[in-house]
Design a protein around this ligand. Structure first.
Ligand code: PLP
Length: 427
């Protein structure tokens, strides 16, 4: 709702016009912009489980789900109650709290090999801090990342990025000095790069979910593990999307490959700002106040965020992951049948509950293939045909499709029906 002093009418068009006067591009994160699909964003008034409702009262089955945090769906009563109770006790103290301990214990219990974590306020903060830790701990400078993987917007990682960076057609970002990326090496996804003893850390999304969904080929992650071990480099799994989404123990459990460092975000904050990074006790002991790698945050481990995160993780048991996978599979099968019947070439890569969509006939294996499929002009048309039918996909071809525990058979059937009618119009 706009403030009492702001007369902007409560329509998507009016709010977006006003937003564009006040906020660059009218959005507070570029992926929310409709630039790559065209048109005016819907302004959300509220979320209800699998649905969002815009300021004009239009309802959409929501597969954005805040780009990952919404694993329980919007406004889950347990999460709302936990946040309300926490807020009533104060919103930030600058002193440690019991829930920070519980949050750390919950994460460590779930992820094989994880021994200590530090809570931060976003995925970007997690990766930025983990890179600093890797460099400080190894005494080496170089980092390796993969084209099309997105690790947040820290300077050193903002090169060949997926998600909004790819959507904007950018190779990186203005304002990043050559020095900031001089030690960043970019490799193609699904190929184990040659490493040497200058490499501090290899940073990878264990399932690439920011160039559409690109699954790791068999042997890729294990190959990275072996290559890192050979030269004494650390392996970092950026599990900001996969963590507590694929299964209880995230990608580490799913693929049976253990990294040295983990980054988390999204699901662990239950929709409030939270990220985390972690590693073995030995590596984490390099972090201040124990060690010499500095890292800090006024709102780190925030009481509202830990309350929301704990309430969300409490919902994420084995049954929940089975349900999410069944939901994603039903959606995948229904939509693929609809595309096939309409004669539309489409693939929907899926890893457990994580789903992607490309209008092409073969699942991409790396960014060049993902880009060719994402940029062929089909996605923006499909996006709008679905939106008109009450289904909100992400407004960009490089994002994943997020199902939640609130997406039931009715939502899946309605989405498949919308897809059937959209696909017929697409050809
Ligand atoms: C894999 C991955 N890492 C890091 C980030 C950055 O997280 P945040 O947007 O919370 O800063 C994202 C965000 O989409 C992500 O998908």
């Amino acid at each position: 709702m706009t403030g009492a002093t702001d007369p902007t009418p409560r329509t998507n068009a009016a709010l977006f016009a006003r937003a564009c006067e006040l906020i660059p591009g009218g959005v507070n994160s570029p992926v929310r912009s409709f630039r790559s699909v065209g048109g005016t964003p819907y302004f959300v008034e509220r979320g209800e489980g699998a649905w969002v409702v815009d300021v004009e009262g239009r309802r959409y089955i929501d597969y954005v789900q805040s780009y990952g945090p919404g694993i329980a769906g919007h406004a889950h009563p347990d999460v709302v109650a936990a946040v309300a109770a926490a807020a009533a006790r104060g919103t930030s103290y600058g002193a440690p709290t019991e829930n920070e301990v519980r949050m750390a214990a919950e994460m460590i219990e779930r992820v094989p090999g994880l021994e200590m974590v530090r809570l931060v306020s976003s995925g970007t903060e997690a990766t930025m801090s983990a890179i600093r830790l890797a460099r400080g701990h190894t005494g080496r400078n170089r980092i390796v990342k993969f084209a099309g993987c997105y690790h947040g917007h820290a300077d050193a990682l903002l090169v060949a990025g997926g998600s909004g960076v790819a959507q904007q057609g950018l190779a990186g970002s203005a304002g990043v000095t050559p020095g900031a990326v001089a030690d960043t090496v970019v490799a193609p996804y699904n190929q184990v790069p040659e490493l040497d003893e200058t490499v501090a850390v290899v940073c990878v999304e264990p399932v690439a979910a920011n160039m559409g969904l690109v699954a790791p080929e068999p042997g890729f992650l294990a190959g990275l593990r072996a290559a890192c071990d050979e030269v004494g480099a650390l392996l970092l799994f950026d599990e900001v999307i996969t963590g507590f989404r694929l299964c209880r123990g995230g990608a580490t459990e799913w693929f049976g490959v253990r990294p040295d460092l983990w980054c988390f975000g999204k699901v662990i904050g239950g929709g409030l700002p939270m990220g985390a990074f972690g590693a073995s006790r030995e590596i984490m002991s390099s972090l201040a106040p124990l060690g010499e790698v500095y890292q800090a945050g006024t709102l780190s481990g925030n009481p509202l965020a830990t309350a929301a995160g704990l309430a969300t993780l409490a919902l994420c048991d084995d049954d929940a992951y089975e349900q999410l996978t069944a939901t994603a599979t039903a959606l995948q099968e229904g939509m693929l049948a609809a595309f096939a019947d309409a004669g539309v070439a489409a693939v929907m890569p899926r890893v457990g509950p994580l789903l992607g969509l490309f209008f092409t006939d073969r699942a991409p294996r790396h960014f060049d293939e993902a880009k060719a499929a994402a940029d062929n002009g089909m996605y923006p048309r499909f996006f709008h045909l679905m939106l008109e039918r009450g289904v909100a996909l992400a407004p960009g071809a490089y994002e994943a499709i997020f199902v939640s525990l609130a997406h039931g058979p009715d939502e899946i059937d309605a989405t498949v029906a919308a897809c059937r009618s959209a696909a017929a119009e697409l050809v």
